[in-house]
Design a protein. Structure first.
Length: 345
């Protein structure tokens, strides 16, 4: 059996865990098979397993240094303030060998923006647009940099152009909504986020953006309704069904949060993250005896789980101390909106 071809079949159907298994089998036969290594990295990227993706892309370029697509993805994973200089060097290296590489030019523009070279960043982003004026992502990239530079009118135009090229692309719609939200153009932002939901009904990103919009206007009940709809309409997506409980935590509604995560534990007994949050909530409410079986369940399935062990230590400490104080819900991770133009999902 050709495991790479089998993996490709899974990949085309967006069945990335299954594709990973096939590529892993191919690599067991030939650890230096670049094709399988690169495709494994792409799977990890789509599953948002960033450390694993970084490792796989690193191994790919180690085996094949002139694999520029892998170099680009590796550069994107490096993208942070501390690594911006590295990204710039990598992009310039690619452009030396391939001056027309638009992806490398966009990577260079982002690196320069992080390094504080605003004018150069905008220039490179505009150059990418000039070289590939029919690509949606070049306009989205330019608009994002314009937004960061405070050029909101220009950013609005770039995002609108991106949307006109591909009306089904999610990033420009969300980014345009974000520009409107920054300007407190509430109705326009709402229209964009609702359009995004219709374009990508299985994505949580536009729902989070819409909920955040309502919160920005001081209307938590409408935000809650968005998250309730997400839970009902995407019942098998962990990111969707957890959001309402996270919202209750952020809104400092411990009783509602507890009830929500208790229900989620029953509905999704294999979701370890739900159990961890429930255990934290029980401990925050000084309900140590209720936290016990939840923590035991976590450690039974994963005895060396770091978070599980920390919860067990916290439970033990709580049992031993004699105090009437309670743990603050501020220890919990609050509900936040991801960047509208980010590729998280």
């Amino acid at each position: 059996m050709n495991f790479v071809h089998k993996g490709d079949e899974y990949f085309r159907k967006a069945e990335y865990p299954e594709a990973l298994i096939s590529y892993a089998r191919a690599l067991q036969i030939d650890p230096k098979l670049v094709e399988a290594q690169y495709k494994s990295a792409q799977c990890q990227l789509r599953l948002a397993n960033w450390p694993a993706a970084f490792q796989a892309f690193s191994r790919t370029v180690e085996l094949q240094p002139d694999n520029w697509p892998a170099q680009l993805e590796l550069g994107k994973l490096y993208l942070s303030e501390a690594a911006a200089a590295h990204d710039k060097q990598k992009a310039e290296l690619i452009l030396q060998n391939d001056p027309g590489n638009v992806d490398a030019r966009m990577l260079l523009s982002n690196a320069e923006a992080i390094l504080g070279d605003k004018n150069d960043a905008l220039k490179e982003a505009q150059d990418a647009v000039n070289r590939s004026p029919q690509r949606t992502d070049v306009y989205t990239n330019l608009g994002t940099l314009q937004e960061r530079a405070g050029l909101l009118t220009e950013a609005e135009g770039s995002f609108q152009k991106a949307h006109s090229i591909d009306s089904a692309a999610l990033d420009p719609i969300l980014a345009l909504g974000g520009v409107y939200q920054m300007q407190k153009r509430w109705a326009d932002a709402q229209k964009q986020y609702e359009l995004a939901i219709s374009v990508a009904p299985k994505s949580t990103r536009p729902r989070v953006a819409l909920a955040d919009l309502w919160l920005s206007q001081g209307q938590p009940d409408l935000a809650k309704k968005v998250l309730q709809d997400a839970k009902a309409q995407l019942p098998d997506d962990p990111a969707a069904y957890r959001m309402l409980g996270d919202f209750y935590i952020a809104q400092n509604q411990p009783e509602n949060a507890l009830a929500e995560f208790e229900g989620l534990t029953q509905a999704h007994p294999k979701d370890v993250q739900v159990k961890k949050t429930l255990a934290q909530l029980f401990l925050a409410a000084q309900r140590t005896s209720d936290a016990d079986p939840v923590i035991q369940s976590i450690l039974k399935s994963a005895p060396k789980d770091t978070e599980g062990l920390l919860l067990e230590a916290q439970r033990t400490f709580q049992k031993r101390r004699s105090t009437n104080g309670i743990f603050s819900l501020n220890l919990m991770i609050p509900y936040r909106q991801p960047s509208a133009a980010s590729n998280s999902l």
